[in-house]
Each structure stands twice: as C-alpha cells, then as structure tokens.
Design a protein. Sequence first.
Length: 459
Amino acid sequence: MNTAINPNDLTAVIEADRAHLWHHLMQHKPLETNDPKIMVEGKGMRVWDATGKEHLDAVSGAVWTVNVGYGRERIAKAVYDQLVKMNYFANTAGSIPGSIFAEMLIDKMPGMSRVYYTNSGSEANEKAFKMVRQIAHKRYGGKKHKILYRERDYHGSTIAAMSGGGQLERNAQYGPFTPGFVEVPHCLEYRAQVDVENYGEWAADQIEAVILREGPDTVGALCLEPVTAGGGVIEAPDGYWPRVQEICKKYDILLHIDEVVCGVGRTGTWFGYQHYGIKPDFVTMAKGVASGYAAIACMVTTDEVFDMFKDDSSDPLNYFRDISTFGGCTAGPAAAVENMKIIEEENLLANTTAMGARMIDNLNALSEKHKVIGDVRGKGLFCGAELVMDRGTKEPAAEKDVQAVVANCMAQGVIIGATNRSVPGFNNTLCFSPALIATADDIDAITGAVDTALTKVFG
Ligand SMILES: Cc1ncc(COP(=O)(O)O)c(C=O)c1O
C-alpha cells in the first residue's frame, strides 16, 4: 500500500515535519507550539510558504545559494534530460556534463587547470586539506602539514573542516578536533586589534608572525575566505592580499581560497579572489555553482599541484586515493552548465556590481537615520550592516535584538539574515545576499523593510 502523504495536504506535511524532521541550525523547542516554516514554491526573487504567504528573499535560500533565482525551468530541464540519459557513474570515469562544465569553469579561472567534483563545500575543503597533507608526506617527510585558518572564517561542518574553523560558537562542544590546524588573527578593520596606519598590511603580517612561531617548515597551507561570510561579511582592507601572496611565496605555503560563498558571481566577479589579483593554489566552491538546483561542489587546483600526484607511477601510493560517491552524479554539472550560461547571457556579473553598490548606498543612507548601524560593508551582492549600541564604544547589539530585526523583516515578508551563534559576543551583523537578478526595486524594498524593523526594535 502507498503510504505517502498527498503533497497537496499541507496540514499532513506540517505534522510529518513536526514529528520527524530535524531542521538544520535550529533549537526545536519553539516548534512544539509553532508550525515549522515550509517553503512550497519559488519564482525569481520570491518564495511562498505553506500558509500562502509571499516573501522577498534577500538571502538566496537563507544561506547565499540560489544565485540565479528560483523557478529556472531550463536548469530543471537540463537536469531531467541528463538524468534520463545517464544519471550516475563514479568519477573514476568521466561524463559529458562533467567535461563541459570543467572546461567552462577553467576558462573563467586563468592559472587553474583541474577540477575535482564533490557534493558539499565542507567536502571540497577536505579534499584540499587531504592534498596538502599528502604533499607534506610526499615532499617533506610529513613535516610541512599544518594548515592555517583565520579567526572568524568558516570552512564547513565536518570535524576536519571545523578544526580549521575560526568561529568558537560553531565549534563549542564538538571537540576534540583534528590536529595540525592553527589560527591566524581576523582582519576586520572596524574591530582592529591595534591602531596602525596600514591595518591591511599589519593584519597580513600577523599571519607571518604565526608562521614564524610555528616554524615555516611545518606550515603547508593557508586557507582563507575571499570575503569572510558567516563570520561577519568582512572584506580584507587594502594592502592585505598582496602581503598574503608574498608571505605564501616566501615560505613555500600553498594558498587555498574558500569560495564556497563568493564563487560563481556573488561579489560581481566570477570569483572573489579575482578582485585582488592573487594566484591561489586551491579554490573551493559550492553554493552558487548550480544555485541549489543540484548538489555540486568543486575543488579546483593548478597543473603544479596535479603533477605532484602523478610524477611517479611506479609508487602505488602516488596518486590522490580519494573518492566522493556523489561527485559522480551528473545532475550537478548539468545544472552548473546552465547556471553559468544564465549568468553570462543575462549579464548578471554587471548587475551584481551595480545592485551591490545600490545596496551599500541604501544601507549607508539608513545609517544616517539609525545610530544602531555602526558599520556598513560588503562586495557585490554580499553586504552586511553591523549593529552597535554605541558608536563610540562599538558595543555590539545583543543577538536577541538583531534576531528581532530579522523576525520583523520576515513578518513584513522580507527574508534577511544575521550572523548567528558564530563569533561569541559578535552575532550582530545583518546579512544581505539577494539573487544576482535583483532589481533596483528589490534592493529598495529590502532596505525599506530594514528601515521599518530598526525603528520598531531600536526606536
Ligand atoms: C565559506 C564557507 N565554506 C564552507 C562552507 C560549507 O559548505 P557546506 O555547507 O556545503 O558543506 C560554508 C557554508 O556555509 C561556507 O560559508
């Protein structure tokens, strides 16, 4: 007998959710008395929940993912056609969309040459971490194995990815962690650790200080987000990236840029690192690669790294002995090809730059009216507004008040985000990452809702 619930019976769907679903990143007690939110439909920038309420989505599926917007039939069709023809074979063999997307991607990433398919951002990062460790064993007797990560950055939810995670509230209670990960200081100028003239260079110099403390012959890689996302929407100040590149070169340290959020258009260039003229050794990406139409993530590297894994074919251990089962699902690259074509055909990088500038202008205008906005920052359509109780002392607004702003926007039908349970005491930054198709009216509607919410919560 077929026991499946009728999908049109939303009361039964809600009851099944309440009885069996374990939602992500959520304390479930309130769901004993409130209904869980269930999203049933999306079109463009808008989503409708099970009560029929319409929302303008200013965070692309809550976590900065649906970059080309909802309801793209051509992506769904490409995935359907591919799955009917050939849905899966392990990536020990190739596939037609796998080759096509790898070629398109590498074309956007001068200097890079190899794509390794996986199915989540955490997993893509782990692939790079494993390669760093294997290179250390192959070349340096295992010694040069340490991986540096930055305070406030996030690289994923697995134990190894959290070992390289700079957000104490995300990590609390999940240790012990994997050895060999070492933290370097954050580079948020608004919260500068010292008062110096060139803070960007100073912050990069702190990385060098950690390398010297640990011993350069023990450090294999440095892993950084191009713009720190969940740790507070942080763009490194001028002077930072050239010094980072110089330091990596000086100590023979591989540079791993985690583009899981920024990759494939979010900041107005194909990749965030391309704003800063740097040459990474590893680039990882996930969320925007197929805008959530299929699960796909990529670890991309250079010929130089790739060649180290095939230089001695007589050694039985001398290759990357790793597999991601669902890295072989063809839905991912089939969706990614169409996603990338849409961004090109609709000129969405230029739109992202223009609409991102409008969002920053609007937020700056709001900060004239609302003293609670201490800092406005961002790149392209990834923007943040840090809320403080006092502009002089920069005392952070309480997380519950920041969440009240988010809730008020939701009640108005606008979904925004905020840093949450990540950096202790600093879960006070509102986050905005609308789809790259956002119009001026959408941007104005988002900041209009924030204006109303700030008045309501802070007066
Ligand atoms: C910068 C960054 N890296 C990695 C990840 C992990 O990606 P996933 O959740 O797909 O494993 C995230 C997720 O938010 C992220 O923001």
